[in-house]
Design a protein around this ligand. Sequence first.
Ligand code: ADP
Ligand code: MG
Length: 760
Amino acid sequence: MPTFEDAQSALEQHFSFSSFREGQADVIRAVLDGRDCVVVMPTGGGKSLCYQLPALLFPGVTLVVSPLIALMKDQVDALNARQISATVINSSISFDQQLSRLQAMADGQFRLVYVAPERFRNERFLEALKTVNVSLFAVDEAHCISQWGHDFRPDYLRLRAAVEALTDGAKRPQIIALTATATPKVRDDIAAQLGLHRPASFIAGFDRPNLMLRVMPCKSDSERITRAANIIERSDGTGIIYTSTRKAVEEVTAQLKALGLKVGGYHAGFGEAVRARVQDSFMSGELQAIVATNAFGMGVDKRDLRFVTHYNLPGSIEAYYQEVGRAGRDGLPSVCTLLFNYVDTRTHEFFIEGNYPEPDLIRDVYDCLKGLDRDEIELTAREIAPRIGVRNEMAINSALVCLEKAGHIERVPGGGTIKLLDRVSRMLLRVDWHDLSKRRAAEERKLREMVNFAYEKGCLRQFVLRYFGDRKQPTNCRCSNCQPRMKWKDIEEAVEERHQRIATAAVSTPPAEPGGARALTDDEHLAVRKILSCVARLEGRFGKSVVAAVLRGSRAKNIQANQLDQLSTYGLLREYSQDDLTKFLNALIVAGCIRQSGTAYPVVTLTELGRQVMLDKARVELDLEGVGADLSDDFNDEPEHAETAKTQSRQPANRLGETHMKTLALYQQGCTIAEIAEQRGIQASTIEEHLSRLIEMGMPINLDDLVNAADRALIETAYTKCTEAGKVGLTPIKELLPERISYGAIRITLAALRNAVRGA
Ligand code: ADP
Ligand code: MG
């Protein structure tokens, strides 16, 4: 009998590993003790070693069942490279070869033999196996045996009979089943279907301390894009952004590209060549991120992924954790961010309805087919859908699968032909309703757990471990609930700052027009430098109004009390009014020279760009519309609060004129922009301007009528980008956007943004 000490020395000798991973030692001990085992470890957790190491110590051969031919070959190559004799028997080799390998196996030439599950269909193969001394029967990806697993493979159901064929009297090969899927149901199923004897059960290795799990609630798609872009920009490595649909892959890719990021899109709908190219440039590190559906990732071995971002909510904790698990395989800190918006649950509900349709829908599909006066029916799911008033085509397809399984129809492979096999009452269909509803309920439960995770207030790592049944207690957790602001403070702040800048620009400046920003005269440039040096002198202790008051030499009490009248910049710009100086300051914020932070009492500080301008090493263009327009407005020596009140009363509330109201009336009658323009004999662009002003004033206008949500998200992110780069006006925004997006659309979107900010 081999001992655990033997295993330890084999670990070093054959595998050159210095120690066992979490859980491995316990499993190997149990295997060497002769126990059947169920091993649950996450992907990459090191399951293979649990049977490969005992295989070296047992007298007979270890038979490994594995569903993925490509992965089998890799495993065998890796073993051979370690001087361990192993081979593979699957459909990639001829039957003669299979027999000769079986012979060699019977002769004891291999320690391990990998077998594809469909081999067990073959009687001759089973017969030949009886001559082989099998010590250990390892079932990899064992969840494939369970109809509750996500990857049920009927061939796995033959494994029990295969084990029986291998049993010689009382001598039955020991069985070890391994999977990454840990739901209790699947675990129980594995034990039952394989006929395990008192199996030892292990759940280990789920904890990944280097993954920083984060949930970020996001109100809008544009916020998701900003955050996703931020994660990419701040990361010092590459990563994956997962979305739940192909359409989203394409949209998110386009939006991130529009922000100047190097990303590639990947989903199963792209041609093989495209996918291969994207994957190659991702692997080589050429891309900053890949935007993908869950089709991407299986077998992708990039150990240094620094982040996995879920743009959409995954459908289950299993899917979520498998996907985030691809980050940080090298053990270094990696960020896993869930950009959470509850609306995503609808996509999943749609998928669930699509996969497990309601009984009535199945009955309707059947009735629809029955209602036709022929038995050979040329209809696709797409064509059936409108006939029964259903939009979810996927559900129609699933209904057809159910009907076929129940023997009511037969589908001719390839074409869209359906053969109707009987005409029974809709209430007498032989579909297994109970099974269907159980499956559906199981999917719904998984989705609910995922949503619970997103709303979890406690430790996220603990939540996941509990979910998988791993009893380990996490320590020093850095998830977003345990250390919300630690490592990722800078990201949070950067996002807040951007939003703040959008907000400030939106509230305080008049709507930017094309060419609104212009080069400054030398006098203005000098004024700007003086303003910036005043901001620098006040060292981030005060807000805009104090800066303006100091510059114009205000004698207000708070200025004197703080001895701000002693500053060298005091009274440097007496020729400007408080209002003008505020406009300068706002324009400088928009241009990225000044940063405004804090919410209750926002204070201003210089940015690096601002410092450069102050030192006359750089010049900026500013939108100074209205500066010097009303010199009569002099707030000299009024207390600060009075001035604020006055500034507020000068919001453009009174700027809605009769012409706006006429446009509004026509809009409310359901006219399009073009129609309003035509009726009023005014340019469409003017109508767009009216509408944006109306939106800005909070008039009830449905944005979706004017600019679709995807375009709005594009515009908002382009706007953020421009603001960051200190570019003002619509032109630079337009340049970042696809041709089809008009100035009007940009104007309307920014107006909505201003309105939202003001309303917030
Ligand atoms: P799983 O099947 O659980 O997804 P694998 O068995 O393929 O994981 O192992 C993942 C990786 O971890 C492999 O590269 C393997 O060589 C490595 N590995 C496994 N056990 C150890 C160990 N004790 N020490 C170091 N590396 C290990
Ligand atoms: Mg494996």
